[in-house]
Write a new protein. Structure first.
Length: 264
């Protein structure tokens, strides 16, 4: 779940909805300065489905007892990590091994951070082994010490970065961030990258510099449940607020900034 401040409460946006938004955004990737994504269908499926394992979890709100807020995706319970992330990269593995390998690599980076903080986290260590097995089956990546990213082809690393870039742009919009800088954005499949910046005064209308998209102005929307109140005293109170909440829709725009498409 993604929490977006909305007046005196929160608007809760599901992870699958955010992932779908990221795919809609990345569908417009590419212009005379930014190479288009390939293989298009597989990479776009990975972007669209990278958070599909959250569907059941995000059908309800879970209380974070530390702050009384609805728990967001960064506050997930450690025991949930294996189940949710595994479902994200296993759901389509039979028909789309390449796409699922990209999703697994995405969560591998997050999982390795967990292990670095807590080497005895059994769920995280188990997830590491599951990811390594999937990468071996799907991409032929052999086991070894360190991050599997070090043993990937340049094209796969680039497509993984496209997934991550789409994820970050969508998250910025969903959260209503006012300023986000994204480093190492691929220009092509030769290893060239650039930093892009998103900025907004109202958390709805954004400019992007340089513009990596095929159009100078894009429009999207997303909906979430609007809760009355930010802090809740008990799970039952949050549950009642969640199920009685109406929906709020946000209309976004992304427009080319002052530098246009210039990546020089």
């Amino acid at each position: 779940m993604i929490r977006r401040e909305s007046g005196e409460g929160w608007t809760l946006i599901t992870q699958p909805s955010h992932a779908f938004l990221s795919s809609k955004i990345m569908n417009f990737w590419g212009n005379e300065d930014f190479e288009t994504i390939t293989p298009t269908d597989e990479v776009m499926l990975a972007i669209k489905e990278h958070d599909c394992g959250w569907e059941k979890t995000d059908s309800a709100a879970d209380l974070n007892p530390k702050n009384g807020y609805p728990r967001n995706f960064m506050e997930m319970r450690p025991e949930s990590q294996l189940e949710i992330w595994s479902e994200c990269f296993e759901k389509h593995v039979g028909e789309h091994p390449y796409a699922c390998a990209l999703i697994a690599l995405h969560f591998s980076e997050l999982n390795e951070r967990t292990i670095s903080r807590d080497p005895d986290n059994k769920a995280a260590v188990s997830l590491r082994e599951k990811i390594r097995e999937l990468l071996h089956r799907s991409l032929g990546v052999g086991a070894g010490e360190g991050s599997p990213d070090e043993r990937l082809s340049a094209d796969i690393r680039t497509n993984l970065r496209f997934l991550q870039v789409g994820d970050m742009i969508s998250l910025a919009l969903c959260r209503g961030s006012k300023s986000v800088t994204i480093p190492n954005v691929p220009i092509n499949y030769l290893g060239d990258t650039v930093e892009i910046a998103l900025s907004s005064e109202d958390g709805l209308n954004y400019t992007v510099c340089p513009n990596p998209f095929s159009r100078d102005s894009l429009h999207f929307d997303i909906s979430g449940r609007k809760l009355v109140g930010k802090s809740f005293g008990a799970q039952a109170e949050l549950k009642e607020a969640f199920h009685s909440a109406g929906f709020e829709t946000f209309d976004f725009s992304i427009s080319s900034g002052a530098e246009g498409r210039n990546v020089a």
